[in-house]
Design a binder for this molecule. Sequence first.
Ligand code: SF4
Length: 386
Amino acid sequence: MAKSSGNSSYCGFEQGPIRPPSEAGSLLLRLTRNCPWNHCTFCPVYKGAEFSLRPVDHILKDIDLVYSYVEKLSAIRKSGPFTRDSIAPVLDDSGAHDMDAFHAAMNFIQNGMESIFLQDANSLIMKPDDLITVLRHIKACFPQAKRITSYARSHTVSRISDDHMMRIAEAGLSRIHIGMESASDKVLERVRKGTTKAMQITAGLKVKKAGIELSEYVMPGLGGMDLSREHALETADALNQIDPEFIRLRSLAIPAHVPLFSDHANGTFRKCTDLGVAEEILLFLETLDGITGTVKSDHVLNLFQDVEGTYPQDKARMTDIIRSFLALPQEERLYVQVGRRLGMIRNAEDAKDARRMDHIKETCRANGITPANVDTVIEDIMRRFI
Ligand code: SF4
């Protein structure tokens, strides 16, 4: 049951802890706090934080506050670039509580005021009429924004009526990011995702039917060694049925403070090696079929950030990148893995650069990184990014 903040008094502009990587330039508006589910064993984001709905009038006040900064800053920008002196009068007028709104407005302006992201984990859990009120107010204040987007759980979306989804779309919600992670029922149950393959498909099709763009997140590695193949095949099968506009890859990492960490430590969950995940992604991409969406690999945790493209025309190019990696001799594969994980190379082209590769070899030698310990080293690197 969603908890409301009731009549609590307004304490200023709020922002939540995360947004999708593709929303870096978006204005972030917080509609709800934390995650109403919060049981996924791999997810560190909201553990220990209680979910609540924010009162609609507080959300509207946040929007008005950012709007007032956008108006003032836009007026300054018309007469020249932002400088310490030019923005000083705006800062002088700001209360301590308003600084987050000021920075949000500044980021929004500097990124062209094109997109707005609604936080936190599941804005669609709001009463549809409340969400519509908020969306209409956003559209009235920022009519130039081309995109209003939100995270949502498939469990929630699958229960919203088609009529409400249409009205939400008409009010301005233009893209929904769903953390599908997997469509294998075995994987979903084991990681306590609180949804099923059938629900994921229902939710995805409902979003598309309303004319809202759909972005589905997939988590390579989430099936562990035993369910890796099933995870790839079932997830691709669900996505073939949905055909979302975007499929975004975000590889599994296991920080020490999530429940999956103890499963990993006691051997209940056997994590795939980097090589195993590469094979899994290859199988996943090969099984995607009959779709027209775009695969994005825009997360820092991904080994293959260059495996991006649109189906069907880019399928062969994407799968070839992974096949080429898998075909490398063991030692060269090690250098590519370490180089990509440390950001020393970004794509297959970079890996042809002899100077860069010499630098990576030296890094491996200096730090004692070998094929035998590379997965442990990479796990450590990935934890630092979470
Ligand atoms: S539903 Fe999303 S935000 Fe909530 S616990 Fe699961 S992965 Fe985390």
